[in-house]
Design a protein around this ligand. Structure first.
Ligand SMILES: *[C@@H]1O[C@H](CO)[C@@H](O)[C@H](O)[C@H]1NC(C)=O
Ligand SMILES: *[C@@H]1O[C@H](CO)[C@@H](O)[C@H](O)[C@H]1NC(C)=O
Ligand SMILES: *[C@@H]1O[C@H](CO)[C@@H](O)[C@H](O)[C@H]1NC(C)=O
Ligand SMILES: *[C@@H]1O[C@H](CO)[C@@H](O)[C@H](O)[C@H]1NC(C)=O
Ligand SMILES: *[C@@H]1O[C@H](CO)[C@@H](O)[C@H](O)[C@H]1NC(C)=O
Ligand SMILES: *[C@@H]1O[C@H](CO)[C@@H](O)[C@H](O)[C@H]1NC(C)=O
Ligand SMILES: *[C@@H]1O[C@H](CO)[C@@H](O)[C@H](O)[C@H]1NC(C)=O
Ligand SMILES: *[C@@H]1O[C@H](CO)[C@@H](O)[C@H](O)[C@H]1NC(C)=O
Ligand SMILES: *[C@@H]1O[C@H](CO)[C@@H](O)[C@H](O)[C@H]1NC(C)=O
Ligand SMILES: *[C@@H]1O[C@H](CO)[C@@H](O)[C@H](O)[C@H]1NC(C)=O
Ligand SMILES: *[C@@H]1O[C@H](CO)[C@@H](O)[C@H](O)[C@H]1NC(C)=O
Ligand SMILES: *[C@@H]1O[C@H](CO)[C@@H](O)[C@H](O)[C@H]1NC(C)=O
Length: 464
């Protein structure tokens, strides 16, 4: 009884204070703040000229210096790799309260957001090329196709605003990476997109952002400059969201995997360069390799009800993006009726007929090396691999090999393996990478680039 009385007294006391109690939802005054100085954006042309390069290159080949060996030798783990006990106890003095010993960049020295090696420079430079193409591509699509085209495909004014916002994000990413590199940073180029309608535009974006995202995951943890890695992480996590949104716009299951894969820089450059038609003649050049194109002859077609039932429905090798020309109206999943059948843009879609599956025969064809590619046709495809013998399925945390069958001239087929990362997570799904190699070298996510000397040709595969 006594305690009840006290409670009432407290409540009464509060009430008597009346308006003196500040309510956060009722601001007492209107405050205005002036904007702080903003870093200016790098100069951009939001839609550049388009089409293939027709001139003659003034320079050819990747950047290079003295090359010490044909490949990096494989070594055992470093001497201290197994030293730390990982037993949940503390094993060093604490630098400060609540602060465990160890870590990189944790000793209090001021961060410096600048590249610290050729590795850092070349990695950030290829990432910058990627940001530039995305910036142009998203704007280009919005300008190229009418509001009616987008509406007919099922993308509303709100959806188009989202694509415009993604283009604006790329201005920020290009500015960030340009500032990190300094005055020699690669600038915006002109591009050539194999896209003739909204459906193909969305598919191209979905595939291009996949190798943009995976290209950064492949090198980020190898950077000398941890500070740069931090900023890059905060940009690439935005790009990852773009990739997923373009999958949703494609009527695909947004994220059919448990892990997103990383790829080496030369893979990202191989897949990106064919869509750059020309850059300024004095553009800073890259060290990375351009592998020959791999064509997936029966690349699964996400615009079909039965996506695996496709033959030669791409716009070419490398990214193997969608060509909608041969889809008859009754075969398309857009506007088709029923769960598992319909693939209108949406948060998520089930697909009754999987795009690809273990046991599927995948028919391949590839180019020989020595072809001009990339900006101003000034890079040349190359490989150091011998005759291709394996298909390397690069997905999630795994590289899985399947043998190439009936290898004649530049064609073969292979069979999609049945492999899981962990129980319940089939490894091969989503937008992933397929390389043909001369060896089934054992590699894992942190040393995938050790495979480069064995890669003959490279493609994106639409596994789900
Ligand atoms: C602190 O760590 C950085 C690397 O993060 C290193 O460059 C620097 O020399 C270290 N400073 C001291 C005083 O040990
Ligand atoms: C180009 O950028 C301007 C300013 O951001 C914008 O108003 C315009 O719509 C853009 N043009 C295209 C084709 O996206
Ligand atoms: C789907 O239906 C919409 C609305 O009826 C129409 O505008 C569009 O052309 C159709 N698209 C296809 C691919 O049939
Ligand atoms: C290329 O030339 C332009 C125009 O002369 C100049 O502004 C730019 O700094 C040059 N870029 C490089 C990397 O030298
Ligand atoms: C889908 O296409 C595959 C490959 O062409 C074929 O084996 C399968 O029977 C088709 N499924 C249906 C339901 O038609
Ligand atoms: C694929 O189609 C193209 C035309 O789009 C044609 O030139 C090429 O020969 C075809 N390839 C195969 C393997 O059918
Ligand atoms: C798309 O396919 C059609 C029909 O096979 C072909 O004529 C056309 O050249 C292809 N488009 C591209 C960009 O490859
Ligand atoms: C979607 O697919 C999942 C997994 O195959 C299934 O469990 C679920 O019932 C499907 N949903 C619908 C609405 O068909
Ligand atoms: C890929 O993921 C989708 C969505 O979870 C699932 O429906 C499909 O069965 C998966 N494909 C394979 C081959 O596991
Ligand atoms: C592979 O080659 C064998 C023997 O020449 C032939 O019987 C078979 O049909 C070929 N398979 C394919 C898918 O071409
Ligand atoms: C392979 O190429 C050679 C030379 O062009 C040609 O004579 C031969 O018929 C080709 N083989 C096959 C199986 O296409
Ligand atoms: C796939 O990767 C996971 C994680 O590293 C590993 O546990 C598993 O053994 C790999 N599976 C195969 C078939 O290599």
């Amino acid at each position: 009884m006594a305690s009840n009385t006290r409670t009432l007294a407290v409540v009464a006391g509060l009430l008597s204070l009346g308006r003196a109690i500040p309510f956060v939802s009722e601001p007492a005054t209107t405050v205005s703040v002036s904007a702080t100085t903003t870093v200016s954006d790098v100069p951009v042309t939001n839609v550049t000229s388009h089409g293939p390069f027709t001139g003659t290159p003034t320079t050819t080949g990747a950047l290079s210096t003295d090359v010490i060996a044909a490949s990096v030798d494989a070594l055992p783990p470093g001497p201290n790799a197994y030293k730390y006990p990982s037993d949940g106890k503390l094993h060093g003095k604490q630098p400060a309260p609540y602060t465990p010993s160890g870590g990189l960049g944790t000793n209090g020295s001021a961060p410096v957001y600048r590249v610290q090696s050729d590795f850092d420079y070349q990695s950030i430079a290829v990432a910058l090329y990627q940001e530039w193409i995305e910036l142009d591509l998203f704007h280009w699509g919005l300008a190229q196709f009418s509001a009616e085209d987008f509406e007919a495909y099922g993308l509303t004014a709100e959806d188009r605003h989202l694509i415009e916002f993604m283009a604006d994000q790329e201005v920020g990413h290009a500015t960030l990476l340009s500032n990190i590199l300094g005055p020699s940073a690669p600038v915006q180029c002109t591009y050539n997109y194999p896209v003739s309608n909204v459906r193909e535009f969305i598919d191209f974006n979905q595939k291009l952002t996949r190798f943009g995202e995976s290209g950064v995951y492949g090198f980020m943890n190898h950077l000398d400059a941890r500070e740069v890695g931090q900023l890059l992480l905060q940009s690439i996590s935005t790009e990852a969201r773009q990739q997923m949104i373009f999958r949703q716009f494609s009527g695909l299951f947004p994220m059919p995997v448990w892990f997103e894969t990383g790829i080496p820089q030369s893979w990202a450059w191989t897949l990106l360069a064919p869509y750059i038609s020309s850059c300024p003649g004095n553009q800073t050049r890259l060290i990375w390799q351009n592998f020959p194109a791999l064509y997936i002859l029966n690349q699964p077609n996400p615009a079909r009800i039965n996506g695996s039932n496709a033959w030669n429905e791409t716009t070419g090798g490398w990214a193997n993006t969608l060509n909608t020309t041969d889809i008859k109206p009754e075969e398309g999943c857009r506007n088709a009726t029923g769960v598992g059948i319909n693939c209108d843009p949406c948060i998520t879609r089930n697909r009754s007929e999987p795009l690809s599956y273990p046991g599927r025969q995948v028919f391949l064809e590839w180019d020989s090396p020595g072809q001009p590619v990339g900006p101003n046709n000034s890079y040349v495809t190359s490989t150091s691999a011998k005759k291709p013998q394996f298909a390397a399925w690069v997905t999630q945390l795994n590289v899985t090999y399947s043998p190439l069958m009936n290898v004649t001239n530049n064609t073969a087929y292979t069979v999609q393996p049945d492999v899981s990362v962990f129980e319940g997570d089939p490894a091969i799904n989503g937008t992933m990478f397929l390389a043909i190699t001369d060896k089934d070298l054992y590699v894992t996510p942190f040393n995938l680039s050790m495979l480069n000397p064995h890669v003959y040709a490279l493609a994106l595969y639409q596994a789900g």
